[in-house]
Ligand binder design. Structure first.
Ligand SMILES: C[S@@+](CC[C@H](N)C(=O)[O-])C[C@H]1O[C@@H](n2cnc3c(N)ncnc32)[C@H](O)[C@@H]1O
Length: 266
């Protein structure tokens, strides 16, 4: 299944913001505790977006690590560059398309990460082989993505509101299957860690905002549910009605993020 799809920048930043505001647990802390990036190590973050993980590594290693972030989205890279300038950090941000050969020699990095991005690759095994190639022997690849149980409430509400089946999502439909299998084939060992984060919405509005940011009009994934703006607004209205009923019945709306963290060693 080829998925030709790119997130829009504002949607991504909106969702990161909502996770921060309504989530009970801190995924950044979980990642750092799990990886414990060493001082002075060489780190690559693939699909770095606005640089979130790169800045966390920079802080955690007290500025001693040699960190590179790569992404195809120039708008997000510009945000990363401007944040970098603000804090005068030496993190390098480069244009990197993970559907192509990475611009690095073999056996270079101690740690590599790819957070919520690998499932956008057009040829997953080829991208994972590239990730393995640029790691030092003994180096680790960390990837995150949604598990099949992720965001049950979100999908249940959409299903009830539209009466239609949820189309296969690039992440949750293959992260724990196709992607994990490809990692196991390429690496000598892979550990699976699970992060659960309940997002508790006391009102319908932030849930709808999250839903809008996930279903935005330009999303080609949801064409079975809506096509133009008019359809989109109708679907959102129907979702709002169902979410309001659920909120009345249950007192709050709890959408649990279930994330798989795979740690593969070369
Ligand atoms: C959901 S965002 C995650 C960004 C960041 N890792 C984070 O957690 O905040 C997915 C990222 O994958 C990037 N991406 C999509 N296709 C890509 C490609 N072919 N090569 C590199 N990055 C890509 C997007 O531009 C986006 O920044």
């Amino acid at each position: 299944m080829e998925i030709n799809y790119q997130e829009t920048t504002s949607d991504l930043l909106k969702r990161i913001d909502i996770h921060k505001q309504y989530g009970g647990r801190d995924i950044d802390r979980w990642m750092l505790d799990l990886l414990n990036p060493r001082n002075g190590s060489r780190i690559l973050d693939v699909g770095c977006g606005a640089g979130k993980q790169c800045f966390l590594y920079h802080q955690y290693t007290g500025g001693t690590a040699d960190i590179t972030g790569g992404d195809v989205n120039t708008e997000l890279l510009a945000k990363a560059h401007s944040e970098n300038a603000k804090i005068s950090s030496p993190v390098k941000f480069i244009e990197l398309d993970f559907n192509k050969r990475f611009p690095f020699e073999d056996d270079l990095f101690d740690l590599e990460s790819c957070c919520f991005a690998i499932y956008y690759a057009s040829d997953i095994p080829a991208t994972i082989r590239e990730m393995q190639r640029v790691l030092k022997p003994g180096g680790r690849l960390f990837s995150t993505g949604p598990m099949p149980e992720n965001k049950q409430l979100f999908y249940d509400v959409i299903k009830e509101a539209t009466g239609k089946a949820i189309p296969p999502m690039p992440g949750s439909s293959r992260y724990s299957t196709q992607i994990l299998t490809a990692m196991k084939k390429t690496f000598s060992s892979v550990e699976v860690h699970i992060f659960e984060n309940p997002l508790t919405f006391p009102e319908v509005e932030p849930f709808i905002e999250y839903t809008r940011a996930s279903l935005a009009e330009d999303r080609k994934l949801w064409t079975s549910l809506f096509q133009g703006t008019e359809d989109f607004n109708k679907v959102i209205k129907a979702i709002e009605i169902v979410a309001t009923q659920r909120l009345k019945k249950e007192g709050s709306l709890v959408m649990t993020k279930v994330v798989g963290g795979f740690v593969a060693t070369k």
